[in-house]
Design a protein around this ligand. Structure first.
Ligand code: ATP
Ligand code: MG
Length: 429
């Protein structure tokens, strides 16, 4: 196929054989968030470029080199959203959702776009489910975000494969004091820092802490520790969070080098990581951003949130073989009809069945076909039962009901009794 007719590198089709798992995952998360009292919000995929520069930070990897930015026909600079928090804050401010200090617990789902090097678990269009909570400033809500993800991992059967890493970055004042101390220390060891770290020292010094370079890591052993610079407010907040995680029985490790890639975090930051996916091991990440709303022109409004990467979680479910068997079966009953007269009756009967059993997953054969070919299709559909309507059945006003997966004998059922019979065989979801 010519190149122009292929999908863009790093942007994937999600094929019919994959969508059942996506829907299972997305459905589980949506139900969970409903149950915890979170409300869904949907933002546009494109925003003014300025929004992301202002919120994410000019010197972050995302803004410096990963955004899909273009000029539209009016000459405005627009960007495909690389993450959801900025747009969510923009929407909340634009519609006054946090006016008067009102709390909001929101979630969203959708595609995000970053021009990164595509590899397993890293794509240029990927999908996130994100949560953002506004105007609740205590550690109780930080804990709730973590507790509900822990419950999700349990529901999905992947708890044993993920680990929670936690850190506190302090308030922007204490973070500023720490940043100064770190810059002073690292400036004395410039020659031993890798190239990236030398650059970050000037632009985003805290990011030096998560360098992968061994020599730089060796220098960091003696660097000032963030924990020693934490202000009392942040320390108490962090203790409150840890106490709640202990009370909920959620294991965690403190990672003093966890700083996250975005500028706007303060106090709590956390990541759920797995060692089952190679280098792309973070499946969910977030933290508190108490200064962001004000930075974006709103009244002081605290915020905390996270985003999980759907592709990585799907990969994890597949890797751990935690894909429930029943999700790929999308048909309960397959209706075979032979001849024009039978097809007409089958259509009318099917619609009546759908009225009576609104959750019935019924596939009616299309395209006619011989007995053999219709049965082949019935079997391939994954249906548990076939309904058969031919001349014989038509003459007696019955349908033959045939179990396809060895649950009993074929039997004749009167048209009128069909719905009641199906109701007893099929678990209505
Ligand atoms: P990473 O360190 O892996 O690049 P990040 O810190 O850039 O991640 P966030 O901006 O915090 O990621 O996004 C939250 C989650 O979204 C990540 O933990 C990950 O699961 C997922 N994610 C981020 N970038 C990608 C991508 N390019 N492809 C697939 N999933 C991604
Ligand atoms: Mg990244």
């Amino acid at each position: 196929m010519s190149k122009s007719l292929q999908a863009i590198r790093g942007m994937n089709d999600i094929l019919p054989e994959q969508t059942p798992l996506w829907r299972y995952f997305e459905g589980a998360v949506a139900r969970l968030l409903d149950n915890y009292g979170y409300k869904q919000i949907r933002m546009p995929i494109v925003e003014f470029t300025e929004l992301f520069k202002r919120s994410i930070g000019e010197v972050t990897d995302i803004v410096e080199k990963e955004m899909y930015t273009f000029e539209d026909r009016n000459g405005d600079s627009l960007t495909l959203r690389p993450e959801g928090t900025a747009a969510c804050v923009r929407a909340v401010l634009e519609h006054g959702l946090t006016g008067g200090g009102q709390p909001q617990k929101l979630w969203y789902i959708g595609p995000m776009f970053r021009h990164e090097r595509p590899q397993k678990g890293r794509y240029r269009q990927f999908h996130q489910i994100g949560l953002e909570v506004f105007n609740l400033d205590g550690p109780d809500i930080d804990a709730e975000l973590i507790v509900l993800t822990w419950r999700l991992w349990g529901m999905l059967g992947i708890r044993d494969a993920v680990k929670l890493e936690l850190n506190s970055l302090g308030t922007s004042e204490s973070r500023g004091r720490y940043r100064e101390a770190l810059v002073e220390f690292l400036s004395g060891h410039l020659d031993k820092l890798d190239e990236d770290s030398q650059r970050r020292l000037k632009t985003n010094p805290l990011r030096v802490l998560d360098t992968k370079n061994a020599e730089t890591q060796a220098v960091l052993v003696d660097a000032p520790k963030m924990a020693d610079y934490l202000d009392d407010e942040s320390r108490i907040h962090f203790e409150g969070l840890k106490a709640r995680l202990d009370a909920a029985g959620i294991p965690y490790v403190i990672n003093p080098k966890l700083v996250r890639g975005l500028d706007y975090y303060s106090k709590t930051v956390f990541e759920w990581v797995t060692d089952k996916l190679g280098a792309q091991g973070t499946v969910c990440a977030g933290g508190r951003y108490d200064g962001l709303v004000e930075q974006m022109g709103g009244k002081p409004t605290t915020g905390v949130g996270f985003a999980m990467g759907i592709e990585r979680l799907i990969l994890l479910l597949e890797t751990l073989e935690q894909v429930p068997e029943e999700i790929s079966r999308q048909v309960d009953v397959y209706f075979c009809a032979f001849g024009e007269a039978a097809e007409l009756v089958a259509l009318a009967l099917s619609e009546k069945l759908r009225d009576q059993l609104p959750n019935l997953r019924l596939q009616v054969n299309a395209g006619a076909g011989s007995f053999k070919s219709q049965f082949k299709k019935a079997d391939k559909s994954g249906a548990l039962y076939a309904l058969i309507l031919g001349d014989d059945e038509l003459a007696h006003q019955v349908v033959s009901f045939k179990p396809l997966r060895g649950q009993g004998e074929q039997q004749s059922i009167a048209f009128d009794a069909l719905a009641a019979h199906l109701a007893t065989c099929i678990v209505q979801g």
